[in-house]
Design a protein around this ligand. Sequence first.
Ligand code: AQP
Length: 334
Amino acid sequence: TPRIFSGIQPSGGLTLGNYLGALKRFAALQGSGSETIYCIVDLHAITVWQEPDILRQRIREGAAAFMASGVDPRQSILFNQSQVSAHAELAWLFNTVARVGWMYRMTQFKDKAGKNSENASLGLLAYPALMAADILVYQATAVPVGEDQKQHLELTRDIAAKFNHDYKVEHFPLTEPLIEGVATRVMSLRDGSKKMSKSDPSDASRINLTDDADAIAQKIRKARTDAEPLPGSIEGLKDRPEARNLVNIFAALADQTPDQVLARFEGQGFGAFKPALAEVAVEALSPITRKMSEFMDDPAEIDRILGDGANRADELATPILERTKEIMGLLRSR
Ligand code: AQP
């Protein structure tokens, strides 16, 4: 059976971008005849500084967001990465396969390291090797992600191909990215050229999954737009990134195509569109916010679910890691 893996970093409160680009699709992929393995990638989060007590809480919040979005821990394996040591072990092995030059080319590294890249953590540079390990330690065949992760997925395939070539084996699959739908790249509400991100310093740039109805409506009301009326089809929004973003968000939340949305709003301005978008957003997100807070009322239960998921993940990962070590000539005698 096809095996699907994906993860989300607990590096901040989750956003509408994480929901539409990832979480919503994770839930939909369950029971599609694939095995689904979903992970809160805490080892990735610490590539930039995280306050320990806040991180612990965000890992639980991440688990609550997965479940509130419809990921069922009985149908899927749900766990946090640091509880399954095979991820970090395989990442080390991949550090010897991947080339330094590959890592320097990653746009996410350039963005996050900023100008002073000499001072970035070594982990931030090696991030994609750990991501490759997350996926390949399960020999996963497909990874649902947003557009921003495409380059890392290509690097995962490069690592798998180089490993298979160097050791003359067919051990790791060439994993396919699943980048589908109209919201694979949700943009900032303040700047149509930047993706919506949980670590953007401006809270007004994003909708958080913990925002209440008033906050959502206010952020949408203040979202940057232009003064033109809406056209009848998405083609007409080519040079209007902010407008296009809001229409795409509407479409994704309402399970419509952007053209269906525009058919309804053609000729109208944002004075009419924004309140309707706020309504759709509140309707889609408020049940998730409510369920998240219900899950968060019982942190011990979340910890139990993550522990159980980690045990099941460990059972799948350990034999694949062991086989990898054997292939590489690392002596096993116990
Ligand atoms: N704006 C977005 N639109 C669509 N998908 C998105 N994703 C993130 N932002 C958007 C998808 O969410 C999944 C988890 O992302 P991540 O936690 O690994 O971190 P990220 O991609 O780096 O996302 P953020 O929110 O921007 O986090 P920070 O600010 O910490 O870097 C991925 O599938 C991603 O594609």
